[in-house]
Write a protein that binds this ligand. Sequence first.
Ligand code: NAI
Length: 507
Amino acid sequence: MPALDSSINVAVIGAGAMGSGIAQVAAQAGHTVYLHDQREGAAAAGRDNTAKILQRRVDKGKMDQQDVDAIVGRIQPVDKLSDIADAGLVIEAIIENLEIKQGLLGDLESLCSDQTILATNTSSISITALGAKMQKPERLVGMHFFNPAPLMALVEVVSGLATDGTVAETVHATALQWGKKPVHATSTPGFIVNRVARPFYAESLRLVQEQAADPATLDALMREAGNFRMGAFELTDLIGHDVNYAVTNSVFNAYYQDTRFLPSLIQQELVEAGRLGRKSGRGFYRYGEGDDRPAANTEAEQGGSIHKTVTVEGDLGPAKALVQRWQEAGLEIEERDGNGRIRFGEAVLVLTDGRMASERAAAEGIDNTIVFDLAFDFATTTRLAIAAADQASGQAIQDACALLQTAGIAVSRLADRPGLVIMRTVAMLANEAADAHLHGVATVADIDLAMKAGLNYPEGPLSWSDRLGAGCVFTVLTNLQNSYGEDRYRPALLLRKNHYANKGFYA
Ligand code: NAI
């Protein structure tokens, strides 16, 4: 389906944070945009705010005054809802309330022509439920922008049970025309992003609850080893714990309290205490004048390598890029057949497979087992988490630190919990993404695109899972499930199938 021509008028209802931003996006694409809000003066204020934001870009030499004047001129605040009657696309961004939105959609149906597409920016209400009272629910579609709408590339185009495919295609093409990265999704709780992202927060919160490490250390690992823009604690402090906790609860309840989405008691406690994050001056971190972020826990430098040779047994899988770093640091590499172990002095290092180091040490009969975490890219990572088996000697731990430090990697030692942090987070993200795909929520490519464009993830979870090799994520999850004895970590059916078929999501 072609995009809506820019000669077609667009209406945005609700001139709050989202509506004003969406109006700007449509006006930038050349549409005349009617902006309406039931609050007197709110639509004009929304337009004026957009003008102010764009003026700053002119002042910085990033935009021409002429272009800004034209964009702002195309945004027309209107007092009466009936003034939008000739719009070809209406996007509602009013209060998140089913009955109020249903009422507005009913009014729009009687005002606008039969051909007008009605879109909703709802972040959590079912499109099917919103359409249930409409005469023609076929023309209702979710057009879910992210905040701030002019800057965030992702738009989830969400189809309810009755949504006409051509309506969804038209809105998809239009979002693309507007410079966005649209994805198709079916109307399921959380759509793509708000569902698939839950483990990003949940696994870190759980690790703090289990006293694996403090928030600053886990955040540093997510950034420096995982290549995420922010760790879970700094990000939830930014989003606001009330907002993040409410989304988690809503998804948890919408999926009939599936333990995969279990909310965190630690986060509940913060909300109850009013420690909502940046906006209240305190969350996991303090935001007062002169409050510094605590430093990540980093092992002391071992002061030069005591051993000259590192022994690499078999294929190190995703961690094989470490070998070159050791070579470049002047270590001799001795290669042997084996199961992906690295020996250095007393230490025997292995990439986590989702078991605790102590369990693995007992199962494999190697007391000095030190497990290390996943990194987004072992060739460049500047930090890595390790955990030592309780059976391991102090010397083995020192040797493991020395080996990683030789390659220029800062080491954060976590308490011995299963799956460390990056590996279990990526595994659970891929698990959720795989299930969303299995249930027809979106294609593999759209899920990955949504997580990158909506949340700036360094890679889509399904592509990341493929890169780790068939079976890696499945094994990690199976071991996490065994470790905890919890349904929460059950591997998704598609991960299981891919493991046995020796294939990936993209193959
Ligand atoms: P907001 O509170 O900033 O703005 C809502 C505006 O709608 C207010 O100006 C209010 O006066 C107006 N309004 C309420 N009822 C109305 C009605 N019946 N007719 C006309 N105007 C009405 O809210 P925000 O954050 O802009 O959210 C709007 C919608 O966008 C909600 O559905 C929300 O779930 C969704 N959304 C919000 C995101 C966010 O990060 N804030 C992100 C993505 C979606």
